[in-house]
Design a protein around this ligand. Sequence first.
Ligand SMILES: C[S@@+](CC[C@H](N)C(=O)[O-])C[C@H]1O[C@@H](n2cnc3c(N)ncnc32)[C@H](O)[C@@H]1O
Length: 267
Amino acid sequence: MSTKEQVTDLFTKTVDDWAKFYDDPAPRTLTAQNFVSRRRFAIQMIEARLEKGSKILDVGCGTGHLAAELAKRGYDTWGTDLSTGMIDYARANYNADRYQVADIEKIPFPDNMFDGIVCLGVMEYLASDGPALDEMRRVLRPGGYAVITTPSSICPFFYIDRSIINLRFGLIRPVMGAVRRVVGGKLSDASPYPKVQHRRYRKGNWEKLLKSHGLELDDWVCHAWGCYGVERFFPQGGLCRASDKFARNGAVNWLASDQLVRVRAVK
Ligand SMILES: C[S@@+](CC[C@H](N)C(=O)[O-])C[C@H]1O[C@@H](n2cnc3c(N)ncnc32)[C@H](O)[C@@H]1O
């Protein structure tokens, strides 16, 4: 697994990219559309269960856009994130008093403080799930709700992506390396960003794990069709948007890559 320092380094270097992801409601790329869609599903899941004025914590809040959007919709919101760069951005652009640097495994709020939690795109970067789930449950009031996203491990697009990556590293990279040596190192394929690992989740196991940590499944959707490995050649924002229509359709939503659960804290 990647260390917390590597994960923080990645997100601190990509604050500006994250700030832009949510600007366009119908982006061309799969990556940006996935984030826009999952944010919309998360807001719907919160609004379906929690009334305005409820206290909501966004853990791993990134640039703070979701806590700010929920605040605009009448919720009382806070945000925490491990990356100082992300929190600096959130404090500069939204309510400075409501954002702070903190690890999801040590949430700096008292027991039972929140009616709701949103946690989008964070679990997969952690070494394990237990400490974060226990912390989220601890700060939720009894009967409070958390909306948590994880990447699905059974999405076939993921396996196509893996094949593309294997091809790139196994075949195309050595060829590019040879070309680079011939042209005197003038070509570079080095990514400016640190590489970090993501864990993936199988629905049944994930549900059992949540339950074992006192978080009972209340809703589940799965969206985002497309291959990240080719998005630079074939923008797939439209395909991802199409999958949103099937996010609750059990016959086909297992094809998608991003799953959201809404769970209820049982205490
Ligand atoms: C993929 S980004 C998602 C950001 C935001 N939730 C969103 O949907 O735009 C993941 C975020 O989780 C944060 N993060 C990663 N590990 C964390 C940890 N242990 N505690 C708190 N935040 C963490 C990162 O710094 C990053 O801002």
